[in-house]
Design a protein around this ligand. Sequence first.
Ligand SMILES: [Zn+2]
Ligand SMILES: [Zn+2]
Length: 372
Amino acid sequence: MQAVAVWPERRSVDVVEVAAPALGSPLEVRLRMLAVGVCGTDAEICSFSYGGTPPEGEESLIVGHEAIGLVIETGPEVSRLRTGDLAVPMVRRPCTVPHCSPCRSGHPDFCVTGEYTERGIKGAHGFLAGEVVEEERYLVAVPPPLREVGVLTEPLTIAEKALRQFVEVRRRFPWLSTASEAELLAGGSAVVLGAGAVGILGCMLLRQRGFQVVVYSRGRKPNPSAALVESLGAAYVSSEETPLVEVSRRAGAIDLVYEATGASKLAFDALQYLGANGVFVFTGVPGRKARVEIAADAIMRNLVLRNQTVLGTVNAGRADYEAAIRDLELFQAAWPGALAALITGRYPMSRFCDRARSHDKIKDVIEPADAK
Ligand SMILES: [Zn+2]
Ligand SMILES: [Zn+2]
């Protein structure tokens, strides 16, 4: 079968012919991969700046971490998935350090040792291959109507995990300690930074939960992301036309800023406009560039005087994957065609790096040669 692999030593990324994987335990499932999304992490792998670490003792890593596959074989002890089912694989695998409570309790997305592996990114082969074998416990079933858009599950899990933490932070208020999740989210106002796939999926989730949302992104209107954002009932504001201070004036008290750009200057500038008791969630990973100037005193003053919370979030747990799949179905019902419009192109394996690096996409996916 064919796969796309990165060789960090010789700085190359190639389509290669490798042996198809076989079931190695009765708990494993074999999948034929249907689609693999590309994102900023893949762009960094292609520039050899982050990720792309081969498994121990190997020289290359099969890439791809946002995926959907079709179950083609199940081990005798697999209980939930059957041949013909669709499934999305989770990305991170636990470390083996005995004192790592998150990993030992099944939550490697909160690993404290950094010794975790991530399929397609760090120390474990990814999903951009004709076939993949994975343990059932790391697979999440996807209903057939989501076949074409299920590849968006992984990028949506980032927002799911962020929102789950937002809910927990709001629960700290004594008058909301027994409130339902819907009550904790009711009437919220959010600003989403960035109109890439992570930003727009975050916008969808927040709109679905009843937030007023402003998406703040670089491109001037009209553009496809802006049209998509507005079709969700959110506002789209271009940073080239409108300063942040104007956005904060229009949005009123901002309860949540969902950062999805990895642009540090923009993020810290936006932090100044967070409302009282608000939460700022960082999801982007900036490159190591020159120092930026930020309004540190104003930010620190607000953090204290307005009881604000800043949190970073990476990866996601099983509950977030399951929530993402339920929400993709809700999004399909609420905004028919919107998820499909997020997928801006489908390409062969040979285009992996080219599409990962491109800026003229929302979410591009790679289809392994024998995907159909
Ligand atoms: Zn990704
Ligand atoms: Zn760990």
